[in-house]
Design a protein around this ligand. Sequence first.
Ligand SMILES: [Zn+2]
Ligand SMILES: [Zn+2]
Length: 347
Amino acid sequence: MLTVNAYAATSATEPLAPATIDRRDVGPHDVRIEVKYCGICHSDIHYVRNEWYEVTYPVVPGHEIAGIVAEVGSEVTKHAVGDRVGVGCMVDSCGECVNCQKGEEQYCLKGNTLTYGSIGKDGRLTQGGYSTQIVVTEDFVLKIPQDIELDVAAPLLCAGITTYSPLHHWGAGPGKKVAVIGLGGLGHMAVKLAHAMGAEVTVLSQSLKKREDGLRLGADHYHATGDPDTFETLAGTFDLIVNTVSAKIDLDAYLSLLALDGTLVNVGAPAEPLSLSVFSLIMGRRSFAGSLIGGIRETQEMLDFCAEHHIGAEIELIPADKINDAYERVLASDVRYRFVIDTSTLS
Ligand SMILES: [Zn+2]
Ligand SMILES: [Zn+2]
């Protein structure tokens, strides 16, 4: 067992604080990673504040991990000491169900093992990337290409794949009109990726406050959803709309923006149920869908795509003692566009 420095939540209401946790010994198929950077995802905040499930404390969040391989088990073939690697939202799955067989481990029918807050196959509670080291089975370790710096690569492991997967699945590319609702951690990645795929990209944001950023990141158009004219002007326009906002939205209004056979896909999950008029779907053979991160194969494909197109996240690098401030700023939408923890400050 290896004792490592971390930052942990001890209850739903206390601020996160320095802690130590144990990592399992490196097994034959394991890789020990020296964590260099870890992104702060909005889910980390929901999780540590017990807003989603019953949480066992202490919990070390973090599932946007980038680092260097420090040790490999005797049977490991995919990674070597010194490799630049990443870990996202999952660290294991059953490997046998029909979805795992397809490489869609995020939809594992037996339930995959999340990077933190899950019970792993060793019977221990998993702990995430706000820590200096992590041990992960080799199949769930991704390669980070040389062309991406590790700090801007970290958020690709959740925000990147969460938006890449639906864009790829629904065919974003040349000749396709794609809209992105919300320009935050997920939204800014969706804009960069859809633009690199060759689609015509529109940002739909509450106001025009971040318009310059949106256009700089690759959007062709930028509209304020607070302006009722937007919905008239853009009616029937988009082949794909990616909704990155977790708040409740007027689904019928957004569905009316879809072209024939268009799809509105949710990657953010509002806490309350949404309602819609089925007519919004029937008129124009439209679809309303959801999408969860991506499988391991697709996550690697996304990282390679980002390297090829020189895409990283827009980040604000912080030391560990700023994590609690960063949480407040994420909740106030005061970040452009992802906080990343420099884990060398976890001493
Ligand atoms: Zn996340
Ligand atoms: Zn499975």
